[in-house]
Design a protein around this ligand. Structure first.
Ligand SMILES: [Cu+2]
Length: 156
């Protein structure tokens, strides 16, 4: 099963060297994303949590392994609403679904930005990183980014 996934990944972007910069990342979502999601080992899924506060993400730097299944927990513990805006990153991954507090499940090929509401809002994103590289994430509300609400996402 894993070999199959590696084969699928190899036909996508992983064979490209050096890793693409964010500007070179796909303008559309990963074409065989459904296949990548189906072949991934979800029993071995890793959970990564990012906490939003005024004005920053903790941790500031996220690292993922291409081909591994992840649940990315986005939790806003701040007093304001905040965005997790990362269009290049979202287009570079195979998205399985987003879940909101176990009450709603959203299936979409990819997202551009996710707003998590203040004082405890949470969204869980299930995905498989595909394209290796470095991507930015930032908050687009008011001057939050200038105040430090930005981070790096590294896919190895
Ligand atoms: Cu913000």
């Amino acid at each position: 099963m894993k070999t199959m996934l590696q084969a699928i990944l190899a036909t996508t972007f992983l064979a490209i060297a050096p890793p693409p910069s964010p500007a070179m990342a796909a303008e559309r979502h990963i074409e065989n994303a459904d296949e990548i999601v189906q072949q991934a080992d979800w029993n071995a899924m890793k959970t990564v949590t990012v906490v939003f506060e005024e004005h920053g993400y903790t941790p500031e730097e996220l690292r993922f392994q291409a081909g591994t299944a992840y649940k990315l927990v986005l939790r806003n513990e701040g007093e304001k609403h905040h965005y997790f805006t990362a269009p290049e990153f979202f287009r570079s991954i195979a998205t399985r679904k987003a879940m909101v507090n176990g009450q709603a499940e959203i299936k979409a090929p990819y997202f551009k930005a996710i707003e998590v509401l203040k004082e405890g809002g949470q969204l869980d994103l299930y995905f498989v990183p595909v394209v290796r590289g470095r991507f930015e994430v930032y908050c687009t509300i008011d001057d939050h980014r200038e105040k430090g609400m930005e981070g790096q996402i590294i896919v190895e």
